[in-house]
Ligand binder design. Structure first.
Ligand code: ASP
Length: 339
C-alpha cells in the first residue's frame, strides 16, 4: 500500500529553536531539520518539508495565517502538518479552521520543551501529528474534524483547544469538550466528532475573508471594580486608536462591573462589540439576571453575544468578520450560532 503524502509546514516556535552561544534559545531550525530529527516519519508517510518562517508564535500576524491558509489550499498533499510555537496555537488553529474547508487532515502541533532540554516533546508531537494526518479514520472524517491540534498524544478541535499552562508538558486541553481522539500504542482511538454547525455557518458568511484588510480588535478583560477608563480613552481617541471592533471578556454569565457598564454600552454603539465568557467557555446566560450590568441589559443595549467562545477565539472570529466586511447584524448572526 502506498504511503500518504504529508506536507509539513514549519513556522517557528520552541519546537524549532536551538541554543546560541549564551545558551539562550533562538529560532533557527527549519522544517527539514524537524523532519530529519524523526526518522520514523518515513515509515508512516512520504514527507515534504517546507519552512514558512522562523518566528515565535507570539509574533505571528493574522496576515501570516491568511497567507498560510492560501498556501495550504494549493497543496496536493493527503494531509498537512503545521509546526509552530505554543503561545498562539489556540488562536492560529481556530483561524485556520475558519479559513479552510478541506477534505484532508490539517494538524497543528508544537513543543513545550525545547530541543536542548532532556526529553523534548517536539519530535514526539511531530510524529504524533503525522500519524494522525495519515490515520484512516482521521482521513475519512477530515472535513468533519476540521483543523485539529495534536499535543502530547491527544487530538483537540481548533475551536476548543486552549493553552492552559505556560510551561508544563501537558499544557493543552479542551476544557469544554475534551479531546477528539487519543494516541495509544500504534492506534488512534476516536473519542468524538466536534459539533461544527456554528463554524460551518460562519464560514459560509465569511466567504473569501482573505481579501479584506486587517481589522484590529481590542480585547478588554473585565475584572473586579474595573472603572472603564481604557474604554473611555479608546472612545475619546481619534479613529478609536485604530481598533475596528472589541471583545469584552465578561464575568460569569455575561456581566460587567456596574461602574464600567456605561462605557461598555457606549463602546457597543461605536464599534461591533462582542461579549465572551472570561471563564473561558460555556454558553453565556441570556435571560436570567436583571439590573444595569446584567446579560439582559447588555443584550438589549446592543452587545453581540459570543456564546461559548473563549474571548481569544471570539477575537479571532470578530477580526475575520470585520476583514470580510460583514456589518453588525451579520456579525451578530455569525456569533448567535455559538450561543
Ligand atoms: N514563545 C514560543 C512560541 O510560541 C513558545 C513555544 O513555542 O512554546 O513561539
Amino acid at each position: 500500500m502506498s504511503k500518504p503524502h504529508i506536507h509539513v509546514l514549519a513556522l517557528g516556535g520552541t519546537i524549532a529553536t536551538r541554543p546560541d552561544v549564551t545558551g539562550a534559545m533562538q529560532m533557527g531550525l527549519g522544517a527539514d531539520d524537524l523532519v530529519a530529527a524523526v526518522p520514523l516519519l518515513a515509515k508512516i508517510a512520504d514527507i515534504e518539508a517546507e519552512t514558512v518562517s522562523r518566528v515565535g508564535s507570539h509574533s505571528l500576524s493574522f496576515d501570516q495565517i491568511h497567507a498560510l491558509a492560501a498556501r495550504i489550499r494549493t497543496l496536493k498533499a493527503d494531509g498537512v502538518v503545521v509546526t509552530q510555537g505554543t503561545d498562539t496555537l489556540e488562536e492560529t488553529s481556530f483561524l485556520l479552521d475558519l479559513l479552510l474547508d478541506l477534505e484532508i487532515p490539517v494538524i497543528v502541533t508544537a513543543a513545550m520543551r525545547n530541543p536542548a532540554l532532556t526529553s523534548p516533546d517536539g519530535p514526539g508531537n511531530l510524529l504524533a501529528a503525522v500519524r494522525v494526518a495519515a490515520d484512516p479514520w482521521v482521513r475519512a472524517h477530515a472535513n468533519a474534524l476540521g483543523v485539529v491540534a495534536v499535543m502530547l498524544d491527544e487530538v483537540y478541535a481548533a475551536a476548543d483547544v486552549l493553552k492552559v499552562h505556560p510551561t508544563r508538558l501537558n499544557a493543552f486541553a479542551s476544557t469544554q469538550t475534551g479531546p477528539l481522539a487519543a494516541l495509544v500504542e500504534d492506534r488512534i482511538v476516536p473519542l468524538a466528532l466536534p459539533v461544527r454547525d456554528a463554524l460551518v455557518a460562519a464560514r459560509r458568511r465569511l466567504g473569501d475573508a482573505a481579501r479584506g484588510q486587517a481589522s484590529p480588535v481590542a480585547l478588554l478583560w473585565m475584572s473586579l471594580d474595573e472603572p472603564g477608563y481604557l474604554i473611555n480613552a479608546l472612545l475619546a481617541a481619534p479613529d478609536r486608536l485604530g481598533y475596528r471592533g472589541a471583545v469584552v471578556a465578561a464575568m460569569g454569565g455575561g456581566h460587567t462591573p456596574e461602574r464600567a457598564t456605561d462605557s461598555v454600552v457606549r463602546l457597543a454603539t461605536e464599534l461591533p462589540t462582542v461579549v465572551a465568557p472570561r471563564a473561558g467557555g460555556g454558553p453565556l446566560l441570556e435571560k436570567t439576571y436583571g439590573g444595569p450590568s446584567s446579560e439582559i441589559a447588555l443584550r438589549k443595549a446592543g452587545l453581540i453575544w459570543g456564546g461559548r467562545l473563549h474571548p481569544l477565539k471570539a477575537r479571532i472570529l470578530l477580526e475575520t468578520c470585520l476583514r470580510a466586511s460583514l456589518d453588525r447584524p451579520a456579525i451578530a448572526e455569525v456569533f448567535s450560532a455559538w450561543n
